[in-house]
Write a protein that binds this ligand. Sequence first.
Ligand code: SAH
Length: 220
Amino acid sequence: MAAALDRGLERARQRMLTRHLAGRGIGDQRVIDAMAVVPRELFAPRGRAHEAYADRPLPIGMGQTISQPYMVARMAEALELSPGDRVLEVGTGSGYSAAVLGRLCTAVYTVERHTSLAEGARALLHKLGYDSVRVRYGDGSLGWPEHAPYDAIVVAAAGPGVPGSLRDQLGPGGRLVMPLGTGGGRQALVRERRSAMGGFSREELGSVRFVPLIGDEGWA
Ligand code: SAH
């Protein structure tokens, strides 16, 4: 039974890598390699490990989701990470994307506003040996100022605008990727870059769908 599940998962993981990621234009081999080794089935909700590599988000409790694999890959790729980078993630959720980011850079600081999710992710990441990922419970719309500046910031929830606190915590040359728009509807994925001089430029990366960013610099 366990062996059958393992074989099924292995096939599903290969399908994710070739069809859902590479097949849809994810070109950053480091991202593909990271997602080939992070065991997504352990971050999936209890009893749904067999669906872990499906081409969709999965519910993780508290009305939240573990993002679709393609979306995790697309955001990681958009961050243009180098191995020495330090990254802030807002919206830890299951901890899956933090683990993927942890394989792509030197340190990940991730913030989650639901205690139960933050604690679950922290325990699992620790158990799996992701010691470069640090999880904090709190309002990530305000960032995590103690470890700023960051080389990259990713927000896994959609807000009304880019929080000023997050812009402040982005270092020169840094990239910030986040969805903008109302919960439930279509949102725009944007990337902002901070120039060496401190100015910001914005690109739109397409239409996406995320849960809302709830917080002081998000939705009420
Ligand atoms: N990256 C996650 C998916 C996260 S879904 C994964 O791989 O599983 C978005 C998460 O953002 C949810 O868990 C939600 O609770 C969280 N969130 C929403 N607003 C937040 C805020 N202001 N600060 C921190 N987390 C927030």
